[in-house]
Design a protein around this ligand. Structure first.
Ligand SMILES: [Zn+2]
Length: 575
C-alpha cells in the first residue's frame, strides 16, 4: 500500500478530537482544561491518565505512556501508524490520496471489508426467499423483523458458496475471507462458506465495525449449536463483547453493565429495555474483558442461566471481576431458565426487576455454599471454605470485612477464623506485588530545570531562539533529542509522531502538565533564562566532577603504577 502524504496526515490531526477518540475507551471527566480518567494501559484505581484537548495529546502519570490520537489507536488497537491515520481519516472525512511506494499492506481494512460484505449478504438473505426458515425460527423466539433489522441479525444461507460468491463480486480475495474466518480452504484448492444455514449475529467493536459473527444453528441435528468466528486480525474472543457499541452510552448513563452469556439473552435484554448490556462471545469472561468494563463502570450485574453450568460460570466470572475492585451483583434466574426464557414466560418487567434487585454476587455464593448444609462442624467448615477464596479476592478491606461478617453469620463459623483463612490465602498468593512503574524514575535538579525550559519553549514560540543554547546543556541524550525536535517549532501533536520512547514520554507529560503561572511571556522568559543559567552552572559542576573523578582515577592509577614499579625495583635489588 502507498504512503500517506504529510499534509493529509496534518489535515486528519487538525480535525480529530482526541477527547472523542480516547473517550470511547476511557471514561473521561473534565479537570480544568484537561480531562482525566483511569489509564487503559496499566492497572490503577485512581485516575492518573490525562488528556489535553488543546495539545491533542494524552499522558499517564502512572505508567508514563503518552502520545497523540494516532499513538493512542496504535497502542490500544495494535494498529500501525498508517492504519491509525486511515482509520481516523475516515471518521473525520479526510480523503486519502496515496503517494506511490511505502510499507507493507495492512490486512485489517480488507478483513473488515470482507466482514461488511458478508454482513450485507446475511441481512439480505434473512429477508429473502431462503430466509423463510430463519424468520420462522426467530418468530418462534419472539424476534420480529424490526428487532432483526435493529441489531443486524441475519441468515447465513444453507449453501457452500454464498459468501464465496459475494466476495468475488466485491473483488475481495478468498484468502482475505479466510483470514476473516468467513471462509475455509478446501484441501484440493478453493474455498467454502463457514457459516451455513445459521442465524447470524454480527459481533462489533466499540466503533460499530463488524469484526466477527456468531452463528446459531436452526436445524434439528446441526452441530454445534453455536458456531463463532475464529480469531482473526480483527476478532479477539478475549476482548470482544456482543452488543458493545449499543451499550456504550447506556453504561455511562446508568453507571452499570449487565453481562450475559449469549446472543439471544442479549437481545432479550434489549427488548426488555435493558440497554447497558454486553454478552461474551463463546468464552468465559477474561481479564481483558474486565478491564474494558471497569474503565466504564464499577457496577456489574451478572445474569447467567439458572442451571448448574450457569452458576458455575457465574463463580468463574467472579474470580475475574472481584480482583479488579468491581462491585458485582448476580441476578438469580429460576433453575433451567435463561434470560430469554424469562422474558417469554414472565415478561419484561419481571426481567428488569430481577436485574435491579440483584443481590451482591458474594451473597449469592454464600447462600449457595450454605444450601449444602451447615448442621455439622464439617459442613460448616466446608461452607466457609467454599467462599473464602472469593473473599480473598476482594481488594477493599471494608467490603471484605462486611462479607466476612455475613459469611460468619450464615455458616456459624467465627469471623476471626474466616479472616485468618482469608489472610492466609492472600499472603500465599497476593503478595510480592511490584508497584514500581516505568516513568516514575527519580529525577535530579538538572532534569527538573531542563523540563521546565522545554515546557516554556513549547508554549512560547517567541523564545525558540534560545533552544540551541538549551540543547547544549541537555543532561542526557534523550532530553537533548527532544530539545532539538522542539527547537523546530512544530506543535506537540506533530512532535509526538516524530519522537519515540523516553523523549515521547517526557513530551506527553509536559503537554499534560501545562504551564501553570508561566502563561505570560515575560514571566516565562525570565523562568527560561533562570533555568538556562542554572543548567549551565549544573553542567559545569557535572563536568568538573567528571574531570575530577577522571583525575582521581588517573592519580590512583599512577600511584598503583608507581607502587608496582617500586616493588619490582625492590625485588630486583633484593635478588
Ligand atoms: Zn498508565
Amino acid at each position: 500500500m502507498a504512503r500517506i502524504p504529510e499534509d493529509t496526515i496534518q489535515q486528519v490531526r487538525d480535525r480529530v478530537d482526541i477527547v472523542d477518540v480516547v473517550g470511547r475507551v476511557v471514561s473521561l471527566k473534565k479537570a480544568g482544561r484537561n480531562f482525566k480518567g483511569l489509564c487503559p494501559f496499566h492497572e490503577e484505581k485512581t485516575p492518573s491518565f490525562n488528556v489535553s484537548p488543546d495539545r491533542g495529546s494524552y499522558h499517564c502519570f502512572g505508567c508514563g505512556e503518552g502520545g497523540n490520537a494516532f499513538g493512542f489507536l496504535m497502542k490500544h488497537e495494535g494498529l500501525a501508524f498508517p492504519e491509525a491515520v486511515r482509520s481516523l481519516a475516515v471518521e473525520v472525512g479526510v480523503e486519502i490520496k496515496e503517494e506511490a511506494g511505502g510499507g507493507a499492506p495492512s490486512v485489517t481494512e480488507p478483513v473488515l471489508a470482507a466482514n461488511l460484505a458478508a454482513q450485507a449478504l446475511y441481512r439480505r438473505a434473512l429477508m429473502g426467499e431462503d430466509g423463510a426458515v430463519a424468520r420462522a425460527y426467530l418468530a418462534k423466539r419472539g424476534l420480529d423483523a424490526e428487532i432483526a433489522e435493529r441489531f443486524g441479525i441475519g441468515y447465513a444461507p444453507d449453501r457452500w458458496d454464498a459468501v464465496v460468491t459475494v466476495l468475488q463480486h466485491e473483488d475481495i480475495p478468498a484468502e482475505i475471507g479466510e483470514a476473516a474466518g468467513l471462509l475455509k480452504a478446501r484441501e484440493r484448492g478453493g474455498h467454502y462458506d463457514m457459516l451455513r444455514g445459521r442465524i447470524s449475529f454480527p459481533i462489533q467493536d466499540t466503533r460499530g465495525r463488524v469484526i466477527g459473527f456468531g452463528g446459531r444453528a436452526i436445524g434439528k441435528d446441526q452441530e454445534p449449536k453455536y458456531l463463532n468466528s475464529p480469531e482473526s486480525p480483527v476478532f479477539h474472543k478475549r476482548r470482544a463483547f456482543y452488543g458493545f457499541p449499543f451499550a456504550l452510552d447506556p453504561i455511562r448513563k446508568k453507571d452499570r453493565v449487565v453481562v450475559v452469556e449469549g446472543y439471544f439473552d442479549w437481545v432479550a435484554l434489549a427488548r426488555a429495555g435493558v440497554e447497558e448490556a454486553v454478552a461474551t462471545c463463546g468464552t468465559a469472561l477474561t481479564e481483558q474483558h474486565t478491564r474494558d468494563l471497569r474503565r466504564r463502570t464499577r457496577n456489574v450485574v451478572l445474569l447467567f442461566d439458572g442451571d448448574d453450568a450457569g452458576q458455575r460460570a457465574m463463580l468463574r466470572a467472579l474470580e475475574t471481576l472481584l480482583p479488579q475492585g468491581l462491585r458485582v451483583s448476580a441476578a438469580g434466574l429460576p433453575a433451567g431458565q435463561d434470560p430469554d426464557d424469562l422474558l417469554q414466560n414472565e415478561g419484561a418487567e419481571a426481567l428488569v426487576k430481577r436485574i435491579d434487585e440483584a443481590p451482591p454476587a458474594l451473597n449469592v455464593a454464600i447462600a449457595r455454599a450454605v444450601a449444602e448444609g451447615v448442621s455439622t462442624p464439617w459442613e460448616r467448615a466446608d461452607a466457609a471454605e467454599a467462599v473464602v477464596p472469593l473473599l480473598a479476592l476482594v481488594p477493599d478491606p471494608v467490603e471484605r470485612a462486611e462479607f466476612t461478617r455475613q459469611l460468619a453469620m450464615a455458616t456459624g463459623v467465627e469471623p476471626r477464623e474466616i479472616e485468618a483463612a482469608t489472610r492466609k490465602l492472600q499472603t500465599g498468593e497476593g503478595t510480592g506485588e511490584v508497584v514500581l512503574q516505568a516513568g516514575q524514575r527519580v529525577r535530579g535538579p538538572e532534569h527538573r530545570h531542563f523540563e521546565l525550559a522545554l515546557q516554556v519553549l513549547l508554549n512560547h514560540p517567541g523564545l525558540l531562539a534560545q533552544a540551541e543554547d538549551l540543547v547544549e546543556c541537555a543532561p542526557d541524550p534523550a532530553l537533548g533529542e527532544l530539545a532539538r525536535e522542539i527547537a523546530s517549532g512544530a506543535s506537540v501533536d506533530v512532535l509526538l509522531d516524530r519522537v519515540e520512547g523516553e523523549p515521547k514520554q517526557i513530551l506527553s507529560k509536559l503537554a499534560a502538565e501545562g504551564l501553570g503561572d508561566l502563561e505570560g511571556e515575560a514571566l516565562a522568559a525570565r523562568a527560561l533564562a533562570d533555568a538556562l543559567s542554572r543548567l549551565h552552572a549544573l553542567r559545569e559542576k557535572r563536568e568538573r566532577e567528571q574531570l575530577n573523578r577522571r583525575l582521581a582515577d588517573d592519580a590512583t592509577l599512577l600511584a598503583e603504577k608507581n607502587a608496582e614499579l617500586l616493588n619490582r625495583r625492590q625485588r630486583q635489588s633484593a635478588v
